[in-house]
Design a protein around this ligand. Structure first.
Ligand code: PLP
Length: 422
């Protein structure tokens, strides 16, 4: 039988080990994660998440929930404010489930949708193996504009008239340049389809107003993850300007797919969103500036950074062509040994058998820890050396020493151990 005391000690040690990996030993180049502000982290651990929350503020089923109701209202109002939307649905357990809620609000099982394929970062949730397929939708992959890492508008129009989709999705796991949302909306209108913008990754850039807001470009709704560029707790969020869609989402959230939901997560999300009100524009601009500087510096190191002709990226993310390093996941495992956290991604270039052909790099966490444009060159030199090294683990101490020079959080409020640089 397991020794419960020993197991508890082990779990404490693993939590400390994880903090050590992510906050001390390694540079996190993965755009699909972030570090929360200390005050959001404290809210998440506050214990209120175990309290019931079933029902609407002012009319909850269980009693004594006045405080939790107010947190729920504040979080939803802040989400609508930050995304300049009429309605925000916060009762969404994850970005993946946000997409399911969106599909349920806009489509019926048996409907056809058009979604970006994996070669431009299309996510599994939009396809057969993900919630789109499980809900009974048939996904037709969107035609690709390889240079822009986005959808090809002319071909999309032809395809839409041919397959008559109920929904066209935009947005992916890597987004380099602004997507042509207004043009997609025009095509959707021609065939009676709706537009879902999946901002799982781009929500921070949109919240910081560095990219145009897809809702104002014509997207009917926008789904997102709250723990990637947004830097909040793990969870999902949906915003829309359309009252009828908001009503459907509300019924899907409750009594549809959730009864009680995590009030601690709502509190942590609200505190995270406050940082977007105060520092969002500066944080988003800095994420993009550092991504561009890092892409240029890696190019100067001789790596093939995707999309050079277009200037690599206008986003907080970019990709390195990974064939020379055995593929994206193989390269990520090499980098891990040296102390860099990243992962593979699909690119519209030749495939790498048994691996992904791209290595995705992003700046949400780098910038939170204070990595700036001036740090791009030394960082890129270390990354390039690690990728080419026969002994990447031999670099770990050197990487760790450089990492140790970034020890304060930026663009977070509350002074709870964090520092504001904005
Ligand atoms: N959509 C896209 C484009 C993603 O990259 C992800 C990433 O995981 C998701 C949806 C799912 O989000 P989550 O991890 O919050 O479920």
């Amino acid at each position: 039988a397991a020794d419960t005391g020993q197991t508890a000690t082990r779990i404490d040690a693993l939590i400390a080990q994880n903090r050590e990996i992510h906050e001390r030993a390694c540079f996190n180049l993965n755009p699909a994660t972030n570090v929360m502000s200390p005050r959001a982290e404290a809210a998440l651990a506050s214990g209120i998440g175990t309290r019931p929350s079933l029902g609407y503020p002012g009319d909850k089923y269980e009693m004594g929930l006045e405080a939790i109701e107010e947190i729920e209202v504040i979080a939803a109002e802040l989400a609508a404010q930050v995304f300049d939307a009429a309605y925000a649905e916060i009762r969404v357990p994850s970005g993946a489930l946000g997409n399911l809620y969106g599909f349920m609000a806009l489509c019926q099982p048996g409907d056809t949708i058009i979604a970006p394929p994996a070669s431009v970062g299309g996510h599994v949730t939009h396809h057969a193996a993900g919630c789109a397929g499980l809900y009974g939708l048939r996904t037709v992959p969107a035609p690709v504009d390889a240079d822009g890492y986005s959808l090809d508008i002319d071909q999309l129009r032809r395809l839409a008239h041919e397959v008559r989709p109920k929904l066209i999705t935009v947005g992916a796991s890597l987004n380099l340049f602004e997507h042509p949302v207004a043009q997609v909306r025009a095509i959707a209108d021609e065939v009676g389809a709706k537009v879902l913008f999946d901002a799982a990754h781009q929500c921070g850039i949109i919240a910081g107003r560095a990219w145009r807001n897809p809702l104002k470009e014509g997207a009917h709704l926008m789904t997102m993850s709250t723990y990637k560029s947004l830097g909040g707790p793990a969870g999902g969020l949906i915003v829309t300007d359309d009252a009828a869609i908001a009503e459907r989402l509300d019924a899907i959230a409750f009594p549809g797919m959730t009864a009680n939901f995590d009030a601690a997560k709502s509190a942590a999300l609200a505190l995270t969103l406050l940082d977007w009100v105060d520092y969002g524009a500066a944080y988003a601009a800095e994420m993009i500036a550092v991504a561009q500087a890092l892409a240029e510096a890696l190019d100067a190191e001789g790596l093939t950074v995707f999309g050079k002709a277009r200037g690599f990226t206008r986003s907080h993310q970019f990709a390195v062509e990974a064939e020379a390093f055995g593929g994206g996941q193989t390269a990520s495992k090499t980098l891990r040994k040296a102390g860099f956290l990243a992962c593979g991604i699909g690119l519209p270039i030749a495939e790498v058998p048994g691996d992904m052909n791209g290595l995705r790099i992003g700046t949400p966490e780098l910038v939170r820890w204070g990595v700036g444009v001036a740090d791009a060159k030394p960082l890129a030199a270390m990354i390039a050396r690690a990728l080419r090294s026969n002994d990447p683990a031999g670099m770990a101490e050197e990487v760790r020493a450089f990492r140790a020079t970034f020890d304060r959080l930026h663009f977070v409020g509350g002074n709870a151990g964090g520092q504001n640089s904005a």
